[in-house]
Write a protein that binds this ligand. Structure first.
Ligand code: SAM
Length: 266
């Protein structure tokens, strides 16, 4: 039976890889990489000689068919993305879906072929950021990347409506824009809350009304934590008020470089 291993790789620090991940990367017949040049650095560092195949979001059906064929022929494969856990806001999930559709993805046999999908867990930017956020994380909402244009406003509103802390990935090109959007949203929410407070105060005694109004009252985004370059040399965690964080990142070009995870607490 062939196995497709979904292997998590470091999000920065090359030491953040499990012994099992390294063993499997060394044992499989091929490693499917989002970008072979990126993964090559990791493989060279650990002297892994396994041949690589490029597999990314623009890979066509022919490439996918070739990969499914390798599995059908009993080849073991490992799928890695550029960083972190494949399928978490990167194209890994597409292949897993195709394999499950084709072969069942478990011990079931389909014709002569049987393919198992197995996870090799490890780093992900979302869990790394949550773990150091200081925000209660027993429940959270992960929303991945924000849309660049269409639907962005609705997306930002959804963050405000969530009753759980929200985690998003944001690029260096839009991090300030996003923080400014959150600031605007906070102002809007604060204003609404004040309006509600005012109405509630002037309507003492009308308990049903008051209840309804209080239910509508939304909590402002209280704590925002911005994590930059996790596990890398320039790892920085920005905490405090939205105004303070925004100013800090705005005022220094270096703070605008790298990769970002933003956690919006309630
Ligand atoms: N699959 C990856 C994972 O498990 O986290 C995420 C892939 S997604 C294409 C890349 C985004 O993850 C970046 O734009 C950034 O928002 C976030 N990210 C990845 N590595 C990071 C790091 N070291 N520090 C902060 N954010 C990171």
């Amino acid at each position: 039976m062939a196995t497709l291993y979904i292997v998590a790789t470091p999000i920065g620090n090359l030491e953040d890889i499990s012994m099992r991940a390294l063993r499997i990367l060394g044992e499989v017949d091929f490693i499917l990489c989002e970008d072979t040049r990126v993964t090559r650095k990791l493989l060279t560092h650990y002297n892994v000689k396994t041949p690589t195949i490029s597999y990314h979001q623009h890979s066509n059906e022919k490439k996918q068919a070739h990969i499914l064929n390798l599995l059908r022929n009993g080849k073991n494969l490992a799928l890695v993305s550029d960083a972190g856990t494949p399928g978490i806001s990167d194209p890994g999930g597409k292949l897993v879906q195709a394999v499950i559709e084709k072969f069942g993805g478990d011990y079931e046999t389909h014709g002569n072929a049987s393919v198992r999908v197995e996870s090799v867990p490890g780093p992900s930017a979302v869990t790394a950021a949550l773990s150091i956020s200081g925000i209660p994380t027993d429940k959270f909402l992960f929303m991945g990347f924000l849309p660049h244009k269409k639907g962005r406003q609705t997306f930002v509103k959804r963050i405000a409506d969530s009753i759980y802390p929200v985690v998003v990935y944001e690029s260096k090109h839009r991090i300030i824009k996003f923080l400014e959007e959150l600031k605007d949203l906070n102002k809007e929410i604060n204003k609404k809350n004040q309006d509600i407070d005012r109405i509630v105060e002037t309507r003492r005694g009308v308990s049903k009304d008051i209840k309804k109004l209080l239910e509508r009252k939304r909590t402002p985004l209280t704590s925002v934590v911005v994590c930059r370059e996790l596990s890398k040399m320039h790892e920085t965690v920005y905490r405090g008020s939205l105004d303070h964080i925004t100013e800090q990142i705005k005022s220094n070009q270096d703070d605008q470089k790298g990769e970002f995870v933003v956690i919006i607490g309630k």
